[in-house]
Write a protein that binds this ligand. Sequence first.
Ligand code: AMP
Length: 402
Amino acid sequence: MKVLVINSGSSSIKYQLLDTETEAVMVNGLVERIGEEVGDLKNKAFPGTENEVVTEIQQPIPDHNTGMRLAIELITDPEKGVLKDKGEIGAIGHRVVHGGEDFHKSTVITDEVIAAIEACVPLAPLHNSANLDGIRVAMELFPEAPQVAVFDTAFHQTIPAHAYMYALPYALYEENRIRRYGFHGTSHKFVAGEMARLLGKPLEETNMVTVHLGNGGSITAVENGQSVDTSMGMTPLEGLVMGTRSGDVDPAVHTFLARNKGMDIEQIDTLLNKESGLKGLCGMNDMRDIHAAIEKGDKHAEIALGVQTYRNRKYIGAYMAVLGRVDAIVFTAGIGENDDIVRRESLKDLEAFGVEIDQDANAKRGKEPFKISTEASKVAVWVIPTNEELAIAREAREVLSK
Ligand code: AMP
């Protein structure tokens, strides 16, 4: 089956067309600057192969509908395209950020599902609204194809109450749904599945700590294949030190900023989400720039790396305590897959917990999964590239096969 995976943002649409039989990527594309004076579209047919055809378009793209139409024209272009007709697309898989407590797994989209996603807009205003834009446009343009929603939060719906409740008045949970939900679920689930396969163990019997470190980051404790805790909370702001997000701070910092710096709620929200994290600490949010700056003696960059990797280590240790027995630790996403220094520092001094790293193996690079722990290490440590698009396509196929 050919599945079109759509990740719709407020001013962008990322899309990928996959063949679920071969799991080959047929098209990879990105529409950006929707609604701006000039929009950008980059479409790659047969990416990464010798038949790759790259098309770039710059023109006004006033809305998501226009962006998606342009993409479909390229996908079905008689010369540059990969399909004769859009009718060949068997399903559309949509990434949806917040499914609240309503969605424990991926779901075929119906009017009720749309209403439930809409009901989660207050929990993730920018993300869910943008995801809904993508869903509506796809339903208009592909009226025949089944549409499947794959939620970032769904994998974490197995987290027990003692881990998802905040110690706030209980009514705030009952009336306002304030609790921890967790995100990046598609990625954590994907690498957990891959890890179990590589270990040759049933997923339902495997315990692991999955470490997703990209521009956003989260760590999950996976017990017998199920998420039992994760570092992100009601929103993706909680937990790790990220590119521009602070991660955990004392909630009283908000009050302090309001009282002493006269900041309002919007300013504090922007500060914590957009101006903090690595960027706040050293002015850079890309880990490659931070390493280059450390080489040149930049003290703030060094502090930023230290704060980030120390926080990672604290969460890894905490989740090892949560799990008791740990079969594996898995690193994934932009930093997790590529940055051996971050991995080394995040795993420092964990020998007493049975974690022994082979630093030569850790220094390796690769697109395939690779092991970075020693043979003697009680806990296997691996780097496994995440693939959220493939995970979404697999979910869509699975949901529709039932
Ligand atoms: P993601 O959100 O998974 O796409 O990850 C993006 C982040 O990964 C970037 O902001 C970089 O900080 C980081 N990254 C990507 N490539 C590398 C690399 N080769 N070495 C270190 N960090 C990297």
